[in-house]
Design a protein around this ligand. Structure first.
Ligand SMILES: NC(=O)c1ccc[n+]([C@@H]2O[C@H](COP(=O)([O-])OP(=O)(O)OC[C@H]3O[C@@H](n4cnc5c(N)ncnc54)[C@H](O)[C@@H]3O)[C@@H](O)[C@H]2O)c1
Length: 361
């Protein structure tokens, strides 16, 4: 069992059955009412395992959230708050978020706001949730096409990362989560990049032998968040690929939603291109990154009008400072710089670059 911490939040990686979860439930929350938030898929695929492993949860109330990013919205939160109120939940009660990033983002937000804050525990079930969304204390929901515009910083009491849950995760979701692992590698671990980019990613994901990579990814995120919990500075490096990636994801939400990691992967190609143009990385490094990502993630074609919509969404990115779009750029692989202002022209050219690499490959 690998154990890490962010402030008072415990993070354990390994089988949840061998973790401190049961002790937490039977000691700290012995008299608390327990609510388990799931979406339709984690209700069907993960809940039974959790409840049969921990009979103390047999009495818990289960609340079903609609699946998908398009439901990470205030309307759903209202329904859950009303239900929490009907159940008579009080501050000493606890919410258990069992799901991917949508459940942990929205469940963390719901818990943090209700009665000025209930404790919550994250049990991520998607790869993206395990290496990223469930840890770090960012909880939030979307506002229209603008991602994560409403939210709070609040750490869960604990995060239990059990890779066993990944057995039922569809391959395209594994691939989506892998994008955040690539991001962690590109911003902070040159040695791991040397290793990773020579492996066949699809074989790697099918092999299920990537627990050590999950641990490394969580270590990177944990180190960054501990150094800057509220994103005053260096935590922004975790947003590499996310400025342009979020704009693409937000645009697709209006038509045909794409997985978060898929959009971030294309965002990383675009932002690597800007890094290259600014002489942060060499052409060889840009090609290495581009070739690796394009073999895993398919193109999301955007015509001129779509690109204009994406550029418009960029103007609303949370990382912006007033009218300036801010971005994280690579400064060599394994290093990066944040608070880099980029122009609309640079963003547009980066989108054209993404088109061009898919046309060539
Ligand atoms: N808070 C943060 O720091 C942070 C960081 C990165 C991403 N995010 C957010 O995370 C979200 C994306 O997370 P995600 O990709 O996990 O999305 P998700 O929660 O929608 O999960 C993806 C899909 O996998 C299903 N699923 C999850 N676990 C499963 C399992 N074990 N078996 C079968 N199906 C399963 C879900 O039902 C869903 O259909 C986005 O909203 C993004 O903004 C947050």
């Amino acid at each position: 069992m690998k154990q890490l911490e962010i402030g008072t939040c415990k993070i354990e990686i390994g089988s949840i059955v061998s973790s401190s979860f049961e002790q937490l439930l039977t000691e700290k929350y012995a008299h608390a009412r327990k609510i388990i938030l799931v979406d339709e898929n984690t209700h069907d695929q993960c809940l039974e395992y959790l409840i049969t492993s921990f009979p103390v949860l047999e009495e818990a109330e289960v609340m079903l959230l609609p699946v998908g990013e398009e439901n990470k919205v205030m309307e759903v939160c209202f329904q859950v708050w009303e239900a929490l109120s009907e159940y008579g939940m009080v501050r000493s009660d606890v919410v258990i978020n069992l799901g991917g990033g949508v459940v942990t983002d929205m469940g963390g937000f719901i818990a943090s706001v209700f009665k000025r804050g209930l404790d919550f525990i994250n049990v991520p079930t998607s790869l993206l949730g395990m290496v990223d969304a469930a840890i770090g204390g960012k909880n939030g929901i979307d506002l229209g096409s603008y991602k994560n515009q409403l939210g709070v910083f609040q750490h869960p009491v604990a995060v239990y990362i059990d890779p066993g849950f990944l057995q039922t995760l569809p391959t395209e979701e594994l691939v989506s989560g892998y994008a955040e692992m690539i991001k962690h590698t590109l911003i902070a671990d040159k040695e791991q990049w040397k290793l990773l980019h020579q492996l066949d990613p699809i074989k790697l994901l099918n092999s299920k032998h990537y627990e050590t990579l999950i641990v490394r990814s969580v270590e990177i995120k944990t180190t960054v968040v501990n150094a800057d919990p509220k994103e005053a500075g260096m935590r922004k490096i975790l947003n590499f690929g996310h400025t342009i990636g979020h704009a693409i994801e937000g645009f697709c939400l209006q038509t045909e939603p794409v997985a978060h990691g898929h959009a971030v992967a294309l965002g990383m190609i675009a932002e690597s291109y800007i890094s290259f143009k600014r002489e942060g990385i060499s052409q060889r490094e840009l090609l290495e990154i581009t070739n690796y990502l394009t073999q895993i993630y398919p193109h999301i074609p955007l015509d001129e009008s779509d690109k204009n919509d994406v550029l418009e969404l960029l103007k609303h990115d949370k990382k912006n400072e007033r009218d300036t779009v801010m971005c994280v750029l690579l400064d060599g692989i394994g290093n990066c710089v944040y608070n880099q202002a980029i122009t609309e022209k640079e963003a547009y050219e980066a989108l054209l670059y993404v088109d061009s690499v898919y046309t060539l490959n």
